[in-house]
Design a protein around this ligand. Structure first.
Ligand code: PLP
Length: 359
């Protein structure tokens, strides 16, 4: 029946999300979710929202949520009119691609990066060029200082987890004033420096965040981006030509409660970071090398065993991690989400058993 498809649909190569298995009791370390549930205050807020008011549309502008987000980042001098919110940062990024990154010159992003970026380029017919990471999987800022229609990369990068120092981002912004620079800070709260402090100096900077990772709300779908009000206006124009109500009443109530519970946020982020450091040490003892991580995941490869084999063997033992066959340069790496200490111990035990048998 594909004769009914619009032309563009034939050409799309959609994103493949990490597996969400239906089996219970798996140790799920494959999609960078938080091992801890959301703040108990989020649950209370969601329960209160299950009310007669659901018959009414939510606020199309999410004013309350925007003001809470601005307040959370007030140390950086952020105001509500610099905030745009959406149904997960994926939706926010989609609008960013369409509203701000489609130009005659190509959009630039790293050759190893979030694999949704080329998908949006396909959807919106945006020309792009990938820029190679160096041999340590680091972003080389000088390679981006060329004529371009925009620049986007995650910091820390995904799926590598490697953080880029803030001084490098500022160097890029000083050199690149004629196109929008988007720093996708989905994982920034796990130990990477945020670029939010540069927003009021550089009108072409957008910094995007999600509540899916550090605020344990992947299931609620809320993300946001922060930048100059002119950039936000472009995003609002696209949003209001697409879906006026991306943040439903539950998403708004839950996100507000999550942003306000700062103590819980720090407590859970610190636990994840502590587990990550322990797991890196254990993996090194097992013969892995791990890239430096500023994220809630580790990108690691074993000196003797292939990534694909380890992934398959772990799965047989009820543990799922993410493996990328391409590009070749990362095909021996496992991307391991940081779980609880107990989940880490299960992973390390399983790897130990697999490696003893296979090497
Ligand atoms: C780098 C990066 N950006 C954005 C996202 C999207 O997050 P969400 O749509 O859940 O906010 C992800 C999700 O894994 C990601 O890895």
């Amino acid at each position: 029946m594909s004769q009914f498809w619009s032309d563009i649909v034939h050409k799309l190569t959609p994103y493949t999300p990490g597996e969400q298995p239906k089996l219970a009791n798996l140790v799920k370390l494959n999609t960078n979710e938080n091992p801890y549930g959301p703040s108990p205050k989020v649950i209370t807020a969601l329960k209160a929202e299950a009310a007669d008011t659901l018959r009414l549309y939510p606020d199309p502008n999410s004013d309350m949520l925007k003001s809470v987000i601005a307040k959370t980042h007030s140390a950086y001098g952020i105001h509500s009119n610099q905030v745009f919110v959406g149904n997960g940062s994926d939706e926010v990024l989609a609008h960013v691609f369409q509203a701000l990154l489609k130009h005659d010159l190509p959009l630039l992003f790293p050759d190893i990066s979030y694999s949704f970026y080329p998908v949006y380029c396909g959807l919106y017919d945006i020309e792009f060029q990938t820029v190679a990471l160096n041999s340590q999987f680091e972003i080389q800022i000088d390679d981006y200082v060329v004529p371009n229609g925009g620049i986007i990369f995650p910091n820390p990068n995904a799926p590598t987890g490697v953080p880029l120092p803030l001084v490098d981002i500022e160097r890029l912004l000083k050199a690149n004033t004629q196109s929008v620079v988007v720093i996708d800070e989905a994982y920034v709260d796990f130990g990477t420096e945020s670029a939010l402090g540069l927003i009021n100096t550089y009108p072409n900077l957008l910094v995007s965040h999600t509540l899916s990772k550090a605020r344990s709300l992947a299931g609620l779908r809320v993300g946001y981006t922060i930048g100059h009000p002119d950039l936000i206006e472009a995003l609002m124009r696209v949003k209001d030509s697409f879906n006026s109500y991306p943040i439903d009443r539950f998403a708004s109530a839950g996100a507000i409660a999550a942003m306000q519970d700062i103590d819980y946020f720090y407590e859970t982020c610190n636990k994840v970071i502590a587990t990550r450091e322990l797991l890196v040490r254990d993996l090194i003892d097992l013969g892995f090398s791990a890239l430096p991580s500023g994220a809630n995941f580790i990108f690691a490869k074993h000196s003797k065993q292939k990534g694909e084999v380890l992934t398959a063997q772990l799965r047989k033992q009820g543990i799922i991690v993410r493996h990328f066959k391409k590009p070749e340069r990362i095909s021996d790496y496992l991307r391991i989400t940081i779980g609880t200490n107990e989940e880490s111990a299960l992973l390390v035990d399983a790897l130990h058993r697999i490696l003893i048998k296979s090497i």
